[in-house]
Design a protein around this ligand. Structure first.
Ligand code: UDP
Ligand code: MG
Length: 339
């Protein structure tokens, strides 16, 4: 495909996927990173679940996030054999949220199911989600009751993170909720119009509002393979979420600054007083403590400022959020065409 052909896949405004005139009732979007062991079974289960609810009127959009195993080859093979399946290959590993965004920008359905490719979120819940949406919901999000097969560290850190985020965030972001959700076209269109660079997609969907209802489920262990989220990536996602949805850390930074400012003035008065009274030699312990405390508080405050400033700087470049290298899709025949 030429660069011009790929433009709509890269999220260009007014994208027109000319070869596919029909809008399916449902799109299923899954980002995949090193999922060669899960992919075939994932497509099989998702297809069965979708068929049970909407017949053949659905599409599956798989995004290969720069996998280093055979994920792309498998995906392209599946897409070549089935016109309902689209395989999108990103130019490198852009990370889960950007890969998901790439899928969300190019799906066409009336409703969109976002799901992980490792089968931790059971596709069979689709029927319940569709029923809740028929009853008037704009978004149905999966809320995890239990997380099986994940390390203690991961479940505890995730629990703590979601609770901290709800405290700090300016919008109501439901706890224990990942990106597994069904949303309708209205919500998707608003999401697509949001230009922010550092996307914390579940938070952005919450921010949109409308009618959002939870569906409780038990998170299963990964079918195969390993988690693509390293500790650093989890930390980055957490920082993107906090800085993207709250300025409270900045405010806390200035409060801490004020507090230490007041304390320093008092300490200054105290040390001048002791100098006047001729008691200047002893007290190096307190002096050392003050220097250490002040120094670390300053660094902390600078660090918080840096987190926001860094994101502003990166966002000011206005780079695309991801780059699509290749797309594999068999065009559906146009209605009425003889080809
Ligand atoms: N993923 C991705 N890019 C990455 C890491 C993960 O597209 O850099 C995909 C992965 O294939 C899976 C989903 O995002 O479909 C969730 O990732 P993972 O299962 O590794 O995270 P966890 O469930 O352990 O939080
Ligand atoms: Mg997973």
């Amino acid at each position: 495909m030429s660069a011009a052909d790929l433009a709509p896949w890269n999220g260009a405004a007014g994208a027109d996927f000319d070869s596919c005139p029909k809008v399916p009732a449902l799109s299923i979007v899954a980002p995949c990173f090193n999922e060669e062991a899960c992919l075939a079974e994932f497509v099989r289960r998702v297809t069965a679940a979708a068929q049970a609810v909407v017949g053949t009127d659905f599409e599956i959009v798989l995004v290969d996030d720069g996998s280093r195993d055979r994920t792309w080859a498998l995906m392209a093979g599946l897409a070549a054999a089935d016109s309902r399946l689209t395989a999108i290959r990103l130019a490198r590993n852009f990370g889960h949220q950007r890969a998901l965004a790439a899928g969300l920008y190019s799906c066409r359905g009336d409703r969109v199911l976002v799901i992980d490719a490792d089968l931790q979120d059971p596709p069979e819940l689709l029927a319940d989600m569709m029923a809740l949406m028929d009853a008037g919901a704009d978004v149905v999000y999966g809320q995890r009751r239990h997380r099986a097969g994940e390390s203690r560290f991961k479940s505890i850190s995730a629990r703590l993170f979601y609770r901290l985020l709800t405290r700090l965030a300016d919008v109501d972001i439901p706890v224990d909720t990942g990106d597994f959700r069904l949303m309708n076209r209205r919500v998707l269109d608003v999401f697509r119009s949001m230009p922010e660079e550092f996307q914390f997609i579940r938070g952005m969907i919450s921010w949109i509002g409308m009618t959002q209802v939870p569906l409780q489920y038990d998170r299963e262990p990964r079918l195969a393979g390993e988690t693509g989220y390293s500790l650093m990536q989890m930390l980055r996602l957490a920082l993107d979420a906090l800085t993207g949805f709250s300025v409270l850390p900045l405010r806390i930074a200035s409060y801490v600054g004020m507090l230490t400012g007041i304390t320093s003035v008092m300490l200054l008065a105290y040390s001048i007083g002791s100098w006047l009274l001729g008691k200047t030699v002893d007290g190096w312990t307190s002096l050392a403590s003050i220097v250490l405390i002040l120094g670390s508080v300053q660094l902390l405050v600078l660090g918080v400022l840096g987190e926001y400033l860094g994101r502003l700087f990166m966002a000011s470049k206005r780079r695309p959020r991801f780059v699509v290298q290749e797309v594999c899709r068999v065009p559906e025949p146009r209605p009425g065409s003889t080809a």
